[in-house]
Design a protein around this ligand. Structure first.
Ligand code: HEM
Length: 220
């Protein structure tokens, strides 16, 4: 790990690996949460399984937390190093003519996602509902769907979440293909496929989260 993070190439590589891990997490997270649109029982069962499975709680969740923190810290380190290496910027860099908004502003979309995560973990880990981390009240197998549903009663929370999902989409639209490029997955035949897949991914994943938020708001 020390070797990976001591050079710029190593840091980019490590950053890309954590990104790919988070891309997989997002698919799983969306799949579980989308069950809440199909019915209470399916979502309660899945949450019960995830919430009280030692493998998920004591191994996968700490790894995920590490990946999230690592990705953010490394993102800021890379940004600062890039700025130091080239404080004035390229003369020829004519903004939108040469690159997309999302590729030039990964740090901004990343910071919005970080702010969203602070709110999100407060919502779902700390605030009222998550007895398991607060005072270990007895397990109530049917509480998950109701707790989730109640969160989206507030229009401002729904709006904040949706704005964050749009920024997540922009972050992914550059981040997906860029992370594969950083690990050296470049090939005349496969790069266009990765790019196309990344474009679909960066639309469908945020859209899925948006549908969940809107569904729970309009069915209050
Ligand atoms: C409508 C959209 C979403 C819903 C309903 C939702 C729901 C949840 C819930 C219920 C938990 C707590 C699980 C537990 O008890 O441990 C959670 C945790 C978490 N969420 Fe979300 N989430 C949404 C979107 C997102 C997005 C877009 C991201 C990432 C950008 C994200 C990242 C996380 C992370 C990192 C955790 C902590 C790890 C975990 O508990 O699995 N979530 N989310």
């Amino acid at each position: 790990m020390a070797g990976l993070t001591s050079s710029t190439i190593g840091r980019k590589y490590a950053m890309a690996l954590s990104a790919i891990f988070l891309l997989i997490f997002l698919v799983m997270h969306l799949s579980v949460n989308f069950l809440s649109v199909f019915g209470e029982t399916a979502y309660n069962n899945a949450s019960q399984f995830m919430g009280y499975n030692p493998l998920v709680q004591f191994i996968m969740q700490p790894i995920l937390m590490f990946a999230v923190i690592f990705h953010f810290v490394m993102g800021f380190v890379l940004e600062i190093k890039n700025k130091k290496a080239r404080p004035v910027g390229y003369n020829m860099n004519n903004g939108s003519a040469n690159s997309s908004w999302s590729s030039r502003n990964m740090i901004i979309s990343g910071a919005v996602i970080l702010a969203f995560l602070v709110l999100h973990l407060y919502d779902f880990w700390l605030h009222e509902m998550n007895y398991k981390y607060i005072d270990g009240l007895p397990v109530e197998e049917t509480r998950f769907w109701g707790d989730l549903h109640a969160k989206f009663a507030d229009i401002w929370r729904v709006v904040l979440y949706i704005v964050s999902f749009v920024l997540l989409g922009l972050h992914l639209s550059h981040g997906f293909q860029s992370s594969f490029q950083s690990i050296g997955a470049r090939h005349p035949k496969y790069t266009p496929v990765i790019r196309a897949f990344g474009n679909w991914y960066s639309i469908l994943i945020p859209l899925g989260f948006i549908i969940i938020a809107i569904y729970h708001y309009i069915t209050q």
